[in-house]
Write a protein that binds this ligand. Structure first.
Ligand code: GN1
Ligand code: MG
Length: 355
C-alpha cells in the first residue's frame, strides 16, 4: 500500500494502532502520508527527499526551531489553538525529530490539522486576502528570529545567477527535440535576464535585508479552516534566510494564476489583478511596521521574479531530462514552464512592466 513501513511508524507512533495510511500526492519533492490511528488525532509522516535536501538534520533543525519560536509567540493561546496554527513535529524514538530507516531514507512526522482545506487554485478574493494575512503574519512573527541561526537548506535556492547558470548548462546537454520545443521560452528567459537580477542586486548590496523566510509559499502550502479563514503555514522544509519578496512573490504566483501551475490550455492561464490587491492588503496589514518602504516598492517585481524563477527552473529541468521534479507525463515540465511564462505575459499586461 505504501512505503511507510512498520519500522517508521514505530519510530514516530510507537503506542498507536494504525488503521489506515493514504498518500497525499500534491507535493513535487517529498513523499507524504496521512496516518490514521484507531483513536485520537491523525498524523502526517513524510519521507524527505535526500537527493534534493542534502542536509536533512539541518533542515529538521531549521523547521523545528522556527516552529518552537512560533509556539512561544502564541503562548497566550490554548494548546488546541496553537496546534491548529503552527506545525507540531513528532520526536522519534531516535531522540531527534527525524528518523533514518534501514535504507538510509530520512523521515519526519507532525500532527495533522483536521477540519482544514487547501487550495490549488483561488477563485475568491477573500482567500487571497486571508492568504496574505497568513503569510504576512508568518513573516511578522519570525521577524525577531535571528536568520543567521538557520542553515541554507538548499544553497542559492532563489539565487537568480545560480538559476541562470543551471539554465545555461542545461542548454549544452539538452536533446535537439527538447531544445526545439523550448525555443521560444529560451528566448524569453534570455530577454528577461537583466530585470530578473534587480532584486538579487539589492539583496547583495544590503539594501534589502535578510530575514527568516518560508521560500515555498504557494497557496497550497496554506491551510484554511472550513470557513475560509487562514489557519496555518505548512511545508516548512525550505525555511532559511531570504528576502520577503520570495514569499510575497511565490504566493502571488499561485494565487493570481487563474489556472493550476500545470494547466496546458494557456488561454486559461491569466493573472488576476483583483486577487493581487487582496493578497497585498492582507499581507501588509500583518507585516505592519516590519516592512521598509524599499521592500514595499519592490513587491510587484518580487511577484514577477518568483513567477520567472519557477519558469526557468521548470524549463531547466525539462532540458535536463526531468531529473528534479516529479512528473506525470513526459512534457509535464515543459507545460509547467509554458504556463509560468504565459502568466508573466499576463502579469505584464495587468500590472505594467516593472523594470
Ligand atoms: C516544489 O514539493 P513542493 O511542491 O512543496 C519546489 C518549490 C516549487 C514548487 C512548485 C524544494 O515544492 O520550490 O515552487 O515545487 N520545492 C523545492 O510547485 O524545490
Ligand atoms: Mg515544498
Amino acid at each position: 500500500m505504501s512505503n511507510l513501513s512498520k519500522e517508521i511508524l514505530d519510530a514516530f507512533l510507537p503506542e498507536k494502532e494504525i488503521i489506515s495510511i493514504s498518500e497525499l500526492v500534491s507535493g513535487h519533492i517529498n513523499d507524504t502520508y496521512l496516518v490514521k490511528p484507531r483513536e485520537g488525532q491523525q498524523y502526517i509522516i513524510q519521507r524527505i527527499n535526500n537527493a534534493v535536501f542534502k542536509d536533512v538534520p539541518g533542515l529538521i533543525r531549521n523547521k523545528t526551531l522556527v516552529s518552537k519560536h512560533l509556539h512561544k509567540k502564541m503562548s497566550g493561546s490554548s494548546q488546541e489553538i496553537i496546534e491548529r496554527s503552527v506545525l507540531t513535529f513528532l520526536p522519534s524514538t531516535s531522540g531527534s525529530y527525524f528518523f533514518k530507516d534501514k535504507n538510509g531514507d530520512f523521515w519526519n512526522g507532525m500532527i495533522y490539522i483536521d477540519n482544514s482545506q487547501t487550495f490549488e487554485i483561488v477563485t475568491d478574493a477573500s482567500i487571497a486576502y486571508e492568504g496574505g494575512k497568513l503569510f504576512g503574519e508568518f513573516l511578522n512573527l519570525t521577524e525577531d528570529f535571528n536568520a543567521s541561526e538557520l542553515i541554507e537548506v538548499i544553497p542559492q535556492f532563489h539565487d537568480m545567477s545560480f538559476r541562470f547558470s543551471q539554465f545555461e548548462a542545461s542548454l549544452i546537454d539538452a536533446s535537439e527535440q527538447r531544445l526545439f520545443l523550448s525555443a521560444h521560452l529560451i528566448k524569453r528567459v534570455k530577454g528577461l535576464k537583466k530585470e530578473m537580477h534587480i532584486l538579487q542586486d539589492l539583496k547583495e548590496k544590503g539594501k534589502i535585508r535578510l530575514r527568516v523566510t518560508h521560500n515555498d509559499t504557494k497557496i497550497s502550502n496554506a491551510l484554511f479552516d472550513m470557513q475560509g479563514k487562514g489557519l496555518c503555514v505548512i511545508d516548512t522544509d525550505t525555511i532559511m534566510p531570504g528576502i520577503i519578496h520570495y514569499d510575497f512573490g511565490d504566493a502571488i504566483r499561485t494565487i493570481c494564476n487563474t489556472a493550476a501551475e500545470d494547466e496546458k490550455d494557456l488561454d486559461r492561464v491569466n493573472f488576476n489583478g483583483e486577487f493581487y490587491e487582496a493578497y497585498r492588503k492582507g499581507f501588509l496589514e500583518k507585516m505592519n511596521t516590519s516592512i521598509s518602504d524599499l521592500e514595499k516598492q519592490y513587491l510587484p517585481l518580487g511577484a514577477k521574479t518568483m513567477i520567472f524563477i519557477m519558469g526557468i527552473r521548470f524549463l531547466t529541468d525539462y532540458l535536463n531530462g526531468d531529473k528534479y521534479y516529479k512528473i506525470n507525463y513526459p512534457e509535464h515540465n515543459l507545460v509547467r514552464a509554458k504556463n509560468q511564462f504565459k502568466l508573466i505575459e499576463s502579469f505584464e499586461e495587468e500590472m505594467g512592466i516593472v523594470s
